[in-house]
Design a protein around this ligand. Structure first.
Ligand SMILES: NC(=O)c1ccc[n+]([C@@H]2O[C@H](COP(=O)([O-])OP(=O)(O)OC[C@H]3O[C@@H](n4cnc5c(N)ncnc54)[C@H](OP(=O)(O)O)[C@@H]3O)[C@@H](O)[C@H]2O)c1
Length: 203
């Protein structure tokens, strides 16, 4: 698959490394072209503008701060038929605030109705996305996906399987708000030093 990577930070690096290893073609874009060049080199790929990465990718990973996504999408131009993989979280400055306003996935879908948004990869930290494979006590990590378009969901299922994890149907994009709230809640626990893993007992 051709994947445009928006962002050059931890999530772009972790997931991009896995997908490059799995044989996908990547094009990296970031606000700092030197960082995009360096990351692209690491993937054996090339870098480009937001628009070039958007044109290139059948899927586009939005590995950006949630509140920066709208501006970047505006610069990326029309995204007809593209799969927008939304891994963003917006936990707030201390991690204990309620998630602000409209869920990020819904905002993205409203801004780019011509594209297909799939919420995924927001529930685990970069350390997990770097694992080869992400398996815990013999159980592969399950990755819930929320989206409305069957083709886009199938594409993201492939991207999940390609990192050695198991895709899980999380329902339609309307349920992405629950994934965002779950992440915000767990990150809030973690900020307060709570053992968040112990909250969800492995029954
Ligand atoms: N870190 C995690 O464990 C984790 C896990 C799940 C989901 N997420 C979510 O995934 C997304 C990316 O996280 P990350 O850890 O990769 O973040 P990060 O390491 O801080 O990287 C963020 C990227 O966004 C860019 N950026 C920042 N402000 C920007 C702006 N105004 N315009 C354009 N680009 C801008 C940064 O560019 P510069 O390098 O130039 O600043 C960098 O390329 C976030 O929404 C986060 O909540 C993170």
């Amino acid at each position: 698959m051709r994947i445009g990577i928006f962002g050059t930070g931890g999530m772009a690096d972790a997931l991009g490394t896995q997908w490059a290893r799995a044989g996908h073609e990547l094009l990296v874009s970031g606000r700092d072209r030197a960082k995009a060049d360096a990351l692209a080199k690491q993937f054996g790929a090339r870098s480009g503008t937001w628009r070039e990465a958007a044109d290139f990718g059948e899927a586009i990973l939005l590995a950006l701060p949630a509140d920066r996504v709208p501006d970047v999408l505006a610069e990326a131009g029309p995204l007809a038929g593209k799969v927008l993989v939304d891994c963003t979280n917006q936990p707030g400055p201390t991690g204990t605030e309620p998630p602000p306003g409209t869920p990020v996935a819904a905002r993205i879908a409203a801004l780019k109705p011509e594209a297909h948004v799939v919420k995924a990869f927001n529930l685990a930290p970069t350390e997990v996305w770097r694992m080869t494979p992400p398996v815990f006590g013999g159980r592969p990590l399950s990755v819930p996906l929320c989206g409305d378009d069957p083709g886009a969901l199938e594409a993201v299922r492939t991207l999940v399987r390609d990192i050695g994890a198991t895709p899980v149907d999380g329902g339609g994009l309307g349920r992405a708000a629950l994934l965002e709230a779950t992440a915000a809640f767990v990150i809030g626990l973690w900020f307060r030093g709570v053992d968040a893993q112990a909250v969800l007992a492995p029954v």
